[in-house]
Write a protein that binds this ligand. Structure first.
Ligand SMILES: [Zn+2]
Length: 596
């Protein structure tokens, strides 16, 4: 059968069947459903758009129609024929290279310089690379060669085509051209003003600040930037002034990526806009400031915590993104093993006492606390939190932020909080003796108290409480249990490969001699070459049972607590990490870096 010249639903369906993605029986069904599905999608998309206004992006492509039918590949349950799968098959059927677009690897200039936006949108093409004068463009339709040739001769370019999915191409067109257009427009307006990063100019320019941050192009550049960060699941956004430019970087799954380099004159207006959104003092540029922004992205509330710090070439901004999907999880999906989860749930069911979660910064303590509170929350329960600062605003909790500057401390809030008749109290962190004493008082007067401490493991938490001056008998009387936690990166399921643990590695982990299978990710498109995707918690849970309570005294040594808790069945963080490694959840390297 000869190659088709135009992509229709029918010849796409035949191509897929010939490539073995569905059976001949499925093909009949697909052809029958295709027509009505096509007109359904068409009317959905075109209500309200006149024919003249339609661009390529509005048209319904055969690939979209086929993907929307949710066909199971060869009838295998759950294995769906998605847009990516169809595009990849279409690429090999037409002799083009399939290209999965990774926005983080694209160069803003390459994307936006060579192809005008209207042309790109109309024909669904995007420049994805440039080397030795040859531009690589990703196209959604493999049969649009003539359009690409037209572009090549009009702009005197040498062009190579690759095939990508329409949704990937559209996403890039919207985000990159949108951000670039805003930046260029803002730059044109800002070119007459002077760089605010220079402190000497500070007073001279004071009057311009409002105009700059409010500039509509700056406003939309910041909007594009935030949406792009949410889209990429970035946990932090860094905006860093350099001598000549401003560098924008995202942290994703723990790793920093460079995203954009913006002209220096725009650094100050962008920072002003972000400060405005987070209600900071715009005129204050020499002192660090904190603020927050609450925004909405694909129907969920996202909380941003913003901080600014003056550095050599201006103000550096770091935005931490609090995604409720990450901060609030079901306790049983966080990585607990059954023994630990049962113990922890038994603490949460107690009417009063203290539950402590410990670990270094970034070990997921806040997620554990919020998720626990959420699991306890009901209309009959009054939950009060005292935090410094409030990580994420949650309507069902009554949250109070510590404000040291005006004398509102953990200690002073806790002294007054009991009048608010809480049932459950969450204290962000126990850092000092006063806070520890208040926590104990609250627990003794019938409240369930959840808090965190900055210690390495459960046993040393007891020693830390003694060091803070909490009397041993009060620790025994109030502490229900202690959770020590870490986060490890999970191996990417798409490029996971098995290997054997070497003799040295076994020795290092003190594993009994035998052969162990472990896994690691080789790096692929899905994980941006890192070999990891997502994270899992490690939880060590200490039950303060009668034996441990009896042990706590002013002179108890760490080793004694460790030994006793081990005899009572405690599984250490290291052992839990090794178990996750042997189950193929994480790698040897993560075990070593997380548990020392
Ligand atoms: Zn991978």
């Amino acid at each position: 059968m000869s190659q088709p010249k135009k992509l229709t639903f029918e010849n796409l369906a035949h191509l897929m069947e010939r490539r073995g993605l569905f059976t001949n029986d499925q093909l009949k069904d697909v052809l029958a459903r295709g027509k009505s599905q096509e007109s359904k999608l068409f009317s959905l998309r075109h209500s309200g758009i006149s024919r003249r206004m339609r661009a390529g992006s509005d048209l319904v492509s055969p690939v979209e129609v086929l993907a929307s039918l949710n066909i199971e590949i060869n009838g295998v349950q759950g294995n769906l024929l998605t847009e990516d799968v169809i595009t990849e098959a279409l690429a090999s059927a037409t002799g083009l290279k399939y290209f999965k677009i990774d926005p983080l690897k694209l160069d803003l200039n390459v994307v936006t310089d060579h192809i005008p936006r209207p042309f790109a949108l109309k024909n669904l093409i995007v420049a994805v690379g440039e080397s030795n004068g040859v531009i690589t463009v990703a196209v959604a339709d493999p049969f649009n060669e003539s359009i690409v040739n037209e572009l090549a001769s009009a702009r005197r370019l040498e062009i190579k085509r690759v095939l990508s999915s329409k949704s990937d191409i559209l996403k890039i067109l919207r985000e990159f051209y949108g951000f670039r257009a805003s930046v260029l427009a803002a730059e044109a307006e800002a070119s007459s003003t002077v760089d605010l990063g220079n402190l000497e100019q500070f007073f001279k320019l004071k009057g311009h600040q409002d105009i700059e941050g409010n500039d509509k192009h700056v406003v939309s550049a910041v909007d594009f930037l935030l949406n792009y960060a949410f889209d990429q699941h970035a946990s932090d956004i860094h905006i860093e002034p350099k001598r000549e430019t401003s560098l924008i970087r995202f942290r994703i799954d723990g790793v920093i990526h460079n995203i954009h380099v913006v002209p220096k004159p725009l650094h100050a207006p962008i920072v002003s806009r972000i400060k405005m959104l987070s209600r900071m003092d715009l005129a204050e540029k020499r002192r660090p400031q904190d603020g927050r922004i609450k925004t909405n992205y694909s129907n969920k509330d996202i909380e941003l915590r913003v901080s600014t710090v003056p550095v050599a070439f201006g103000e550096k901004v770091v935005i931490r993104v609090f995604d409720p999907d990450i901060l609030l999880q079901e306790l049983d999906s966080m990585g607990f093993y059954p023994r630990e989860l049962n113990l922890y749930n038994s603490f949460l069911r107690r009417p009063n006492g203290i539950i402590l979660v410990t670990g270094p910064t970034g070990s997921g303590k806040t997620t554990t606390l919020y998720s626990s509170l959420r699991s306890l929350s009901s209309p009959e329960v009054n939950i009060v939190t005292v935090e410094d600062p409030i990580e994420m605003v949650m309507e069902e909790f009554n949250q109070i932020g510590v404000q040291q500057a005006i004398g509102v401390s953990f200690d002073s809030i806790l002294r007054n909080i009991l009048r608010q008749d809480p049932d459950i109290i969450m204290i962000g962190e126990i850092r000092d003796r006063e806070t520890a004493e208040n926590a104990v008082q609250a627990a003794l007067t019938g409240h369930l108290v959840l808090s965190t401490l900055h210690t390495n493991d459960s046993a040393s938490t007891i020693i830390r409480l003694l060091d803070l001056g909490v009397p041993p008998f009060l620790i025994s009387a109030t502490v229900l249990g202690i959770v020590a936690q870490r986060l490890v990166r999970k191996i990417c399921p798409h490029c996971k490969k098995v290997r054997n643990l070497s003799k040295d590695e076994c020795d290092y982990l003190q594993l009994p001699e035998k052969s162990y299978a472990v896994w690691e990710g080789e790096g692929c498109k899905e994980c941006r070459g890192t070999g990891y995707k997502g994270r899992s918690g490690l939880f060590e849970v200490m039950d303060m049972n009668e034996r441990l309570k009896a042990l706590v005294s002013g002179s108890v040594e760490l080793a004694v607590v460790v030994n006793a808790s081990r005899q009572e069945g405690l599984v250490s963080l290291r052992e839990i990490a090794i178990q996750k490694m042997l189950e193929g959840v994480t790698t040897y390297e993560e075990v070593i870096s997380m548990t020392g």
